[in-house]
Design a protein around this ligand. Structure first.
Ligand SMILES: O=C1O[C@H](COP(=O)(O)O)[C@@H](O)[C@H](O)[C@H]1O
Length: 232
């Protein structure tokens, strides 16, 4: 069971989920624009969000006032099929959302460690905290680039750590990564977790057990409102 702070919404299929989640996110973005003239959203990469991004790209709102970034990125240029930015550019920054500003996390440096200072400069220009954060989750329980066994996992999950972004390396990650820290992501005004598949539901159930060491458990245990959107 999730805590009272969390809402679990189950949908019959990915399209129904995408329509509902997209409408909820668009509402948050509109409210931010109305309140302060602009909105800031961080989205996840991987393959799950594609349908959501396609739905979001058709939401009617003033996208020219929206800044989009990623919660994490694989350290590859956007010419690489593994690039999260590539997916965002192809699926989200289209149609009505073509006017949004995109701030990538990858810069042209050999490693995230070498590029982190430049990334911090770009990220430093964002008007944090985020209005909206959409997390995903891998089958190993990672979210953002908080991978089990990650070399900076403790640092990234330490909510007393004031770093905003960190490099991350882990055996299960494929390539080196860059990730927003848990502290920064938890400060979002609206926080969503978007997952698909029975396998991931089982991982989520496992993460909800007391003492779970799965990285996603740190989000579930944070005690802040979280909307979980799931479909088989
Ligand atoms: O590598 C990543 O994987 C997770 C989960 O991706 P999915 O394809 O299993 O949904 C994603 O949330 C993260 O942003 C990405 O970098």
């Amino acid at each position: 069971m999730v805590s009272d702070e969390q809402k679990f919404r189950a949908f019959e299929d990915g399209q129904g989920l995408a329509t509902a989640l997209s409408a909820s996110i668009a509402g948050q973005l509109r409210a931010a624009i109305e309140a302060r003239g602009e909105a800031l959203i961080a989205v996840s990469g991987g393959s799950t969000p594609k349908r959501l991004f396609e739905a979001l790209a058709n939401e009617i709102l003033d996208w020219s006032r929206v800044t989009v970034t990623l919660v994490d990125e694989r350290w590859v240029p956007d010419s690489d099929e593994r690039s999260n930015a590539r997916m965002v550019e192809a699926s989200l920054l289209q149609h009505k959302a073509a006017d949004a500003q995109f701030v990538p996390l990858y810069v042209e440096a050999a490693t995230p460690e070498a590029g982190i200072a430049e990334v911090r400069t770009h990220v430093g220009a964002l008007k944090l905290p985020f209005d909206v954060v959409v997390l995903g989750m891998g089958p190993d329980g990672h979210t953002a680039s908080f991978f089990p066994g990650g070399d900076r996992l403790d640092e990234a999950l330490d909510v007393s750590n004031t770093a905003v972004v960190l490099p991350m390396r882990a055996q299960g990650a494929g390539e080196p990564r860059i990730t927003f820290t848990l502290r920064e992501l938890l400060q979002a005004k609206a926080l969503y977790l978007h997952i698909q598949g029975d396998d991931k539901r089982i991982v989520l159930d496992e993460a909800e057990q007391p003492g779970s060491k799965l990285p996603i458990a740190s989000v579930l245990r944070a005690g802040r409102p979280l909307d979980i959107y799931w479909c088989p």
